[in-house]
Write a protein that binds this ligand. Structure first.
Ligand SMILES: [Zn+2]
Ligand SMILES: [Zn+2]
Length: 347
């Protein structure tokens, strides 16, 4: 092992700079992790493609797992060098009002130390990463690194299904059978919900059926609201998860909710600033709830690691490609292809 390591910086649309730096030592309260696997989320894909130009220069990679190399002597976490760990790279200060209200997923200080122009970000697309001790989650069991790194997206899904208060036997509709839609499907089936998936792409719809969808809806040919009503004995859906970032899909889905139904805006909507129109009487007369979620709390992260470690949730059908770090560009291009699900980079 040399004394330097490589890290990737997304600097401009389609531009990746590989930097070689000295391997750092953990400072107070920190841990050094040798990254073994990092999955490519929509955020990294958008920054790479140029759809999101607001975060250059970005140290991307927030879905990562690896091996603990060194921990500061002051760290009390039950993890020692050599342990398999998953790293939750979201910054949480535990001191701001959001953190104190239990909303550490939207910590007010998450980007507080960011200096414009200086590379910043979760930094999982690297051979090593320095993390704060609270970000380290030890993995017990024999789950491979390319699966444990998906703890992060699974934890986001856990927060979503908790906030949507899904109950066993609920009729749930997922709009969009991309990776996050299908991860919702996998989790919701474990919880005993009956799940329908709306997806125009026939390959993705078939995948949803393979993973346990009771039925699929093709919104390019069928009326979503009529189909949902027909599938639920006229009641509508108890929960609808919008796992695609299109405002009009949210506006339409509201009409398919049952009395007391909850609509979860899971995906961020692009372009931001989009608006929807809803008859306010739906809130009154049908007692519907419109809500949303982003990232995850620490508890959901812990639960996601446990679900993967114990093989309670199987993410293998959602990992379509694995690339070595040296082929990061190919990996990002492959991740942007709508026929693929999660693409994982290994170090
Ligand atoms: Zn992610
Ligand atoms: Zn905070």
């Amino acid at each position: 092992m040399g004394h330097t390591y490589k890290r990737a910086i997304l600097t401009a649309p389609k531009e990746i700079v590989i930097e070689e730096l000295p391997i750092p030592s953990p400072g107070p309260g920190q841990a050094l992790v040798r990254v073994k696997a990092c999955a490519l989320c929509t955020w990294e894909q958008r920054v790479y493609s140029g759809a999101d130009t607001t975060t250059y220069p970005l140290l991307g990679g927030h879905e990562l797992s690896g091996v603990l190399v060194e921990v500061d002597s002051g760290v009390r976490a039950k993890a020692k060098p050599g342990d398999h760990v998953v790293v939750a790279r979201l910054n949480r200060c535990f001191e701001c009002t959001s953190c104190r209200r239990g909303l550490d997923n939207v910590c007010d200080n998450a980007w507080a130390h960011h200096v414009p122009g200086v590379p910043a970000g979760p930094g999982g697309l690297a051979e090593y990463v320095l993390a704060d001790a609270y970000q380290i989650f030890p993995v017990v069991g024999d789950v491979p690194f390319i699966e444990s790194c998906l703890s992060e997206p699974l934890s986001c899904v856990l927060r979503s299904v908790k906030k949507a208060a899904v109950e066993p036997g609920d009729n749930v509709v997922i709009i969009g059978a991309g990776i996050m839609g299908l991860l919702h499907l996998t989790m919701l089936r474990r919880l005993g919900a009956r799940v329908f998936v709306s997806e125009p792409n026939p390959t993705r719809a078939a995948k949803a059926c393979e993973l346990g969808a009771s039925d699929t809806i093709d919104p390019s040919r069928e009326n979503l609201v009529d189909r949902v009503k027909a599938l639920t004995g006229g009641r509508g859906a108890d929960v609808i998860v919008v796992a695609m970032g299109v405002a009009s899909a949210i506006q339409e889905a509201v009409q398919a909710l049952a009395k007391g139904g909850r609509l979860m805006v899971y995906a961020s909507v692009h372009p931001s600033g989009s608006t929807i129109t809803i008859d306010p009487n739906l809130f009154h007369s049908k007692e519907i709830t419109l809500t949303g979620t982003v990232s995850q709390g620490q508890e959901e992260f812990l639960q996601a690691v446990s679900l993967l470690t114990t093989h309670t949730v199987d993410v293998r059908p959602l990992i379509t490609n694995v690339f070595p770090f040296a082929q990061l560009r190919e990996a990002l291009e492959t991740a942007m292809d709508g026929n693929n699900y999660r693409v994982v980079v290994t170090m």
